[in-house]
Ligand binder design. Structure first.
Ligand code: HSE
Length: 434
């Protein structure tokens, strides 16, 4: 072995600590596969307690309270950015690339917002910028789309790409857990973002989907352009009704090239048929179903969050960069050429089946009036069930599945219905994905 590849770690939270552990405990196999020993030389974090944990593992590692010192060091070849957020992380990655250091990041928000400029900077500086851990933790979805399926036209990518929201919905469905308790458990397990709002509102999945759309379709999409809904609106009653109809509710992200050439991109909870492979993806597991013109369907599943899985993806990138460096061949561009129209379909133009739950007055004629109004808007009911509300005398819930309809028409119809005396609360809508 000719030389050592030296790593500087910025940010030593849940994932950073996992990286320290993986690099130490798997040092032999990593050295064998990289072709040289990988040595963690410096770690930076604002929290002294986190640095103490590193010191206890290996006193030879330099410990710093300022991440911006890491790119300046001569004993660092690869900078690992795990500080999160966008602005500071952007400055840090730029500083590393300007200092001709290769970069590994797990920062999906950063790449979704600023990826184009950062990859151009990496290329200009002759540096690698790797990011497998940014999407779906341990699942190698970036490499599969970028490398294994690079010759194919990807038709669609559908998946569960936020472990925290999948964990919450699974706990609610399987154990009857309350939303807040399930969120707390996900935080304690190290699945959630520092700001878990990003998980439950769909923002984190939106960041990941923007990256996937870039890889799969060459699309330059900002997260703000992706129609996004979180799981907060999912009520235990919806989970129960969905089950009775033969569906489970999963937090989905969808990216599909439509026949028109436009892209259907969206993040939202969805009813998935019980027999669909995505219905079996439980807890913090993630899954990505890819449909390609030549390859047909592929299905990847694994842990999408947590220290071990995510740190393993980071370490895999470090090994890849080490091999590139040792071979004298860094810089592999990540983006594929654009495949035509970048137009994103407006959510109002989506054609889908829907689950609807109405809260109504339990009076004669209400059901007839409701179905009449839906029918007037061209929305046809496939299945329906009505229950008297246990806690609220005089009110009832009507849950139904519709046939395919244009979302804009469904929303207009629900708005009109909710403006009448027929409903006692806003109607819940969840899309069906099959
Ligand atoms: N908070 C993220 C999740 C971590 O729950 O999926 C992995 O990106």
């Amino acid at each position: 072995m000719e030389r050592e590849i030296r790593v500087g770690l910025c940010g030593c939270g849940v994932i950073g600590e996992g990286v320290v552990t993986v690099l130490r405990e798997h040092a032999d196999v990593i050295a064998a596969r990289a072709g040289a020993p990988i040595k963690l030389t410096a770690v930076a974090d604002k929290d002294p307690a986190r640095l103490e944990i590193v010191r206890a593992q290996d006193p030879s590692i330099a410990l710093l309270d300022d991440a911006f010192e890491i790119p300046k060091r001569d004993d660092v070849d690869i900078v690992v950015e795990l500080i999160g957020g966008v602005e500071l992380a952007d400055r840090l990655v730029r500083a590393a690339l300007d200092a001709k250091k290769h970069v590994v990041t797990a920062n999906k928000a950063l790449l979704a917002e600023r990826g184009g400029a950062l990859f151009a900077l990496a290329e200009a500086n002759g540096c690698d910028l790797y990011f497998e851990a940014a999407v779906a933790g341990a699942i190698p979805v970036i490499r599969v789309i970028r490398e294994s399926l690079a010759s194919d036209h990807i038709r669609s990518v559908r998946g569960i790409i936020n472990g925290t929201s999948n964990y919450i919905l699974s706990s609610m469905a399987n154990e009857g857990a309350a939303f807040e308790d399930a969120l707390k458990a996900a935080q304690e397990a190290g699945f959630a973002e520092a700001d878990p709002t990003l998980d439950i509102t769909g923002g984190d999945a939106g960041h990941k989907l923007a990256i996937i759309a870039g890889l799969a379709f060459g699309a330059r999409v900002l997260p703000s352009e992706i129609p996004t809904e979180g799981i907060e609106q999912v009520d235990p009653r919806d989970i129960q009704y969905a089950r009775n109809f033969g569906y489970v509710i999963r937090p989905l992200a969808v990216a599909e090239r439509l026949r028109s050439g436009a892209l259907d991109l969206r993040v939202h909870p969805a009813l998935v048929p019980e027999g669909d492979p995505l219905a079996y993806v439980d807890g913090a597991l993630n899954a990505v179903a890819i449909q390609g013109e030549m390859v047909g369907p592929s299905f990847l599943s694994g842990l999408g969050a947590g220290a071990g899985p995510t740190a393993t993806s980071v370490a895999g990138d470090i090994i890849d960069i080490a091999k590139n460096s040792l071979a004298g061949a860094p810089v592999r561009t990540w983006h594929l050429p654009s495949e035509g129209d970048q137009k994103i379909q407006a959510i109002a133009d989506l054609s889908s089946r829907y689950y609807l739950r109405f809260s109504v007055q339990d009076e004669s004629g209400v059901l007839a009036a409701l179905s009449g109004k839906l029918s007037d808007s061209g929305i046809s009911i496939e299945k329906m069930v009505q229950d008297a509300d246990s806690g609220d005398a005089g009110t009832a819930s009507i849950a139904m599945l519709t046939h395919h309809a244009r979302e804009g028409d469904v929303r207009d119809s629900l708005r009109a219905i909710d403006n009448t005396h027929l409903t006692t609360a806003p109607t819940h809508l969840i899309r069906i994905v099959e």
